[in-house]
Design a binder for this molecule. Structure first.
Ligand code: PLP
Length: 358
């Protein structure tokens, strides 16, 4: 009954969770030091490797993604970090890096701009950095960084490559090993379409080796502690057991029922549809080639009242997302990620047309 009455979430996370996933999550609780938990963890890790195109270590953490942003810099920044900032989450990573007592520079770009391999090459060529953070998909601006081109540049430097794929993983292809990513992190409440409260990362052997030489890694987010527990197929602390049960089920659906390539294609089609609609009625913030397939950031060229629109869409059963931070009134966002279908998205766009009379 509650599920039936729920509003459809068109915000860029958390997103709607399918009833069958919720059913799977309502299985009886299990202890986190028993065999059943180890099997659950192993099953999740095995399929996460397929999702992420990696053979690296995978750690599951009962925190939101911000926790793993903190973990990445605590474990992998030794001397100085370069934080690429082309939106709110890139800038957040800079704040986090410094708040953890690390030296860091912010490569400040315009919100809506994409980082280019050239600008990153220029910065890294100074030799000042041993780590770089990059947000693959800037949820605040709907920009997807050209990570394949950027990765080619980064390979020439001895730096830890730390990547936030929070709003892209499972919606846009990210081949961790091919890209040489040292830490790739994300949460499950976005394109994975699971409830919030579990974050995941892959960590390279190089990063683990480096972590040994870095002090003050703390306990909760220490990758070496995670590795020690993984050796006995456990997590250092109590896992997010119900979400992990949902994750095992959802990974099977993604990999074996829908298929990864089909999932990426569906996201691309939803991105294309939204961009077409946006360009007809408004405009999109990013340059088209960097526009994200999981979230669109639309310029409010008609100067519509986003508060009014939000209210009217709520009456029709939708949750609308306005712009993020300093772009709050200048833009609004449409999420097209997770298990969302093209038909549901079409219905949402038609409802906006109807409400705005356009
Ligand atoms: N990075 C990106 C790109 C995000 O979109 C978000 C949340 O929206 C975060 C990091 C932070 O995630 P969380 O709120 O789960 O800690």
């Amino acid at each position: 009954m509650i599920l039936k009455m729920a509003k459809k979430l068109f915000i860029p996370g958390p997103v709607d969770v399918s009833p069958d996933v919720f059913r799977e999550m309502s299985k009886p609780m299990i202890g986190h030091r028993g065999k059943e938990f180890s099997t659950l963890l192993e099953d999740c890790v095995e399929n996460l490797k397929r999702l992420m195109f990696t053979e690296k270590n995978i750690f599951l953490c009962p925190s939101s993604s911000t926790g793993l942003m903190e973990a990445a810099v605590r474990n992998c920044v030794k001397d100085k970090c370069l934080n690429v900032g082309n939106g709110a989450f890139g800038e957040r990573w800079h704040y986090i890096t410094k708040a953890n007592g690390k030296e860091a520079d912010l490569l400040q770009l315009e919100w809506g701009e994409a980082p280019t391999p050239k600008i990153i090459d220029e910065k890294l060529s100074t030799g000042d950095y041993d780590a770089i953070t990059l947000v693959h998909n800037e949820t605040s601006t709907g920009v997807t960084a050209p990570i394949y081109d950027i990765a080619k540049v980064i390979k020439d430097y001895d730096v830890s490559f730390l990547v936030d794929t929070v709003s892209s993983m499972a919606g846009i292809k990210v081949e961790v090993d091919k890209l040489g990513i040292d830490v790739c992190l994300f949460g499950v409440q976005k394109a994975m379409a699971l409830p919030a409260g579990l974050s995941i990362c892959s960590v390279s052997e190089t990063a683990l080796e480096k972590a040994k030489s870095i002090g003050n890694r703390g306990y909760y987010f220490d990758f070496l502690t995670y590795l020690k527990y993984w050796d006995r197929r456990q997590t250092p602390t109590t896992g997010a057991i119900s979400i992990m049960q949902g994750l095992r089920y959802q990974l099977d659906k993604i990999l074996n029922k829908e298929g990864l390539e089909n999932r990426f294609k569906r996201h691309r089609e939803m991105g294309n549809l939204t961009r077409k609609w946006a360009k007809k009625n408004f405009d999109i913030l990013p340059e088209e080639k960097y526009a994200s397939d999981t979230v669109s950031c639309i310029k409010n060229t008609k100067n519509i009242n986003c508060g009014d629109l939000k209210q009217k869409l709520a009456e029709k059963g939708y949750v609308f997302a306005n712009g993020y931070g300093k772009l709050a009134d200048k833009t609004f966002r449409i999420a097209h990620m997770g298990d969302r279908t093209l038909d549901e998205l079409k219905a949402y766009l038609e409802t906006i047309d109807e409400v705005l009379g356009i």
